[in-house]
Design a protein around this ligand. Sequence first.
Ligand SMILES: Nc1ncnc2c1ncn2[C@@H]1O[C@H](COP(=O)(O)OP(=O)(O)OP(=O)(O)O)[C@@H](O)[C@H]1O
Length: 297
Amino acid sequence: MTTSDSVVVDVDGMRMRYGSIDVLHGVAFQVHRGEVLALLGPNGAGKTTTIEILEGFRMRSAGRVAVLGADPAHGTEQWRARVGIVLQSWRDHGNWRVRELLRHLGSLYACYSTDRVRRPRDPDELARAVGLTEHADRKIRTLSGGQRRRLDVAIGIVGRPELLFLDEPTAGLDPEARRVFHDLVHQLSAQDETTILLTTHDLNEAEKLASRIVILNGGRIAADGTAAELARRIAGEDEVRWTRDGRHFVQSTTESTKFVRELFGEYGEAVAELEVRRASLEDTYLALVHKAEAEVA
Ligand SMILES: Nc1ncnc2c1ncn2[C@@H]1O[C@H](COP(=O)(O)OP(=O)(O)OP(=O)(O)O)[C@@H](O)[C@H]1O
């Protein structure tokens, strides 16, 4: 596989203007095959606009965009069959039953099946993957909000997409459904090499799922890297806590490993209840967004 083969999304100099207002200012990033990329940013940062341009639902004002090797503004049906989209929520077809709808939507992908990529997925396998097996015979209008969200995800992957867009996929899901969804994302990227681009406001989720994180702020990319790389850029301080002879101690340091080694060197077994709290993605995210805002102001 060449490097260019492995680039699934390639964006350069992307601009978007609504009327006289610019909301994306020269956005550039790439997503590689099998990567899970989380697009983060405050409300109004331009995440949905970016995703909608990549999905081919919105025409950009300027810039180069290639998705699976094609310009999404001119994507063919064949191109669309390789892309999965999970929109905000599936509200139509209330009288259809879950299995029935999955089978019907899946049948639209059958003509795009190849030896390498079998399409569609089996409806029962899909229902199991999203935790809807016991609801497979229910009418969609009788499902709860969270059950519908699971169905949205099943619909997004029924055609076994090579690239999957997920816009706030876990909004409204309970912790159990969230866990099922996280396992599914890991499985899709690790076993099927599905490339996934998701937006979320849940930073724990981004840290858990994403191999890379892009932070958009005010229509500009404020950061692009792994959670660990972003944390290093901010060089936040870790907090080390421990007890010794019944007394509690707390120390902030940028070099917690070295500090702990020296602490044990000096006090050995007298050190107890040691805890190191590293800067979380939330700390890093807030610092990066504030820094980007200060630079624009
Ligand atoms: N159809 C439209 N016409 C005019 N302005 C729009 C339109 N759609 C979005 N905008 C503006 O573009 C900017 C980016 O919006 P977008 O929905 O992409 O942000 P977002 O990062 O997805 O936000 P959120 O986290 O709130 O979903 C916002 O200032 C928004 O008001």
